[in-house]
Design a protein around this ligand. Structure first.
Ligand code: AVJ
Length: 348
């Protein structure tokens, strides 16, 4: 189900599956998720499947779009507040800790932090988790010059791999969840996710989450509707991936990309809308589409500071510091796991 690659072994990592077995398993799950999603009303596909090789490339290009401010804002935080962030993360104890990153992307931001921690001779292990094996090997390559870095790559779903990581050591934990990836869950899912992460931590462990903040709705919508049409391609690429991997026959030009932002709920959602009545075949299954019928592709939830505070409290954490960019468009919020007795009743 997963594979772990251990560069400089911090511990012997045991794994019983191989990559071959992993891909067969993943393909069955992909098929099941696609078919069940498309049998719902409204139809939906999961944005976690955007990231095949082509999807990774397209996302890299989205990050370079002038409209897509998120990455640049968070980069600014990691570039200019590295020292303060590193101090927060290292804490006061000299004991080694595990820095576990959920969803690594290209690792540009984290590199600032890793450099700082290495320069200050901080003892820590770096465990990046990503669903894309492709992205992980690129990251490993990019970090290969940091030869004093203890790194363990974990390929798989965040929570499965987090469990795996907790089994590997009893060190204090610092979890990084950057890039606004939490936005891909709605508020309810985010709460359940944070509670799940909390259940694998001990009081005082840290959870650092990057949130895209509420702001001018036009600015938000434009970030998901770039002029070059890369975000459109990024969404349509999932249909192409389904065609390739699940023997399907989506006709890409019969679906229109439709991004929306609702400033009331803070939900930025994108849809693919069928431009006519059509049948699509996926393996042996025929999926009918009406004219104008939509497939809900992705949510990118935006937050206010008070919503962040509430989410922390409702999942057993307290906010200890917020690091934002100078425009206040994005925040990396540092949470500390509260002691279990002080977890309040759910009010979200
Ligand atoms: C990688 C989840 C942070 O939601 O902003 C970018 C993905 N989708 N453009 C986001 C994405 C369309 C991105 N995250």
């Amino acid at each position: 189900m997963s594979y772990c690659k251990n560069k400089k072994a911090l511990k012997e990592v045991k794994y019983d599956s191989n990559v071959e077995a992993a891909s067969t398993y993943d393909l069955d799950k992909f098929r099941a998720d696609v078919l069940s999603g498309l049998s719902l009303t409204p139809k939906r596909l999961s944005s976690k499947y955007f990231y095949d090789k082509k999807g990774d490339e397209l996302f890299q290009r989205i990050m370079e779009c002038p409209e897509y401010y998120l990455t640049r804002c968070e980069l600014e935080i990691f570039q200019w507040q590295t020292n303060q962030l590193a101090t927060r993360i290292s804490g006061k104890s000299a004991e080694p800790f595990d820095l576990i990153e959920l969803g690594v992307g290209d690792g540009t931001k984290t590199r600032f932090l890793l450099n700082e921690l290495i320069e200050t001779k901080t003892k820590f292990n770096y465990l990046p988790i990503d669903i894309s094996g492709n992205i992980l090997s690129e990251l490993e390559h990019r970090l290969s010059h940091l030869d004093s870095l203890n790194i363990t790559l974990l390929q798989g779903e965040y929570l499965d791999m987090l469990k795996e990581a907790s089994r590997m050591s009893g060190n204090r934990k610092v979890i990084l969840f950057l890039g606004g990836n939490i936005g891909n869950m709605d508020i309810k899912e985010a709460k359940a996710f944070c509670q799940n992460v909390r259940s694998m931590l001990l009081p005082g462990d840290l959870f650092i989450i990057g949130f895209d903040l509420r702001k001018d709705p036009h600015r938000i919508l434009n970030a998901y509707n770039d002029k070059l049409g890369i975000t459109r391609e990024f969404n349509l690429n999932l249909l192409q991936r389904i065609n390739k991997e699940l023997d399907a026959n989506f006709e890409i030009d019969k679906f229109a990309h439709y991004p929306t932002y609702d400033p009331h709920t803070g939900a930025c959602k994108s849809y693919l809308v069928s431009s006519l009545k059509q049948d699509v075949r996926i393996g042996d299954t025929v999926v009918p589409f009406h004219e104008g019928e939509c497939v809900f592709m992705e949510i990118s939830q935006k937050y206010s500071f008070s919503e962040i505070k509430l989410l922390a409290a409702n999942s057993g954490f307290s906010v200890i510091e917020n690091f934002s960019d100078h425009k206040n468009w994005f925040v990396d919020s540092v949470w500390s796991a509260s002691s279990s007795q002080s977890q309040p009743l759910s009010i979200l």
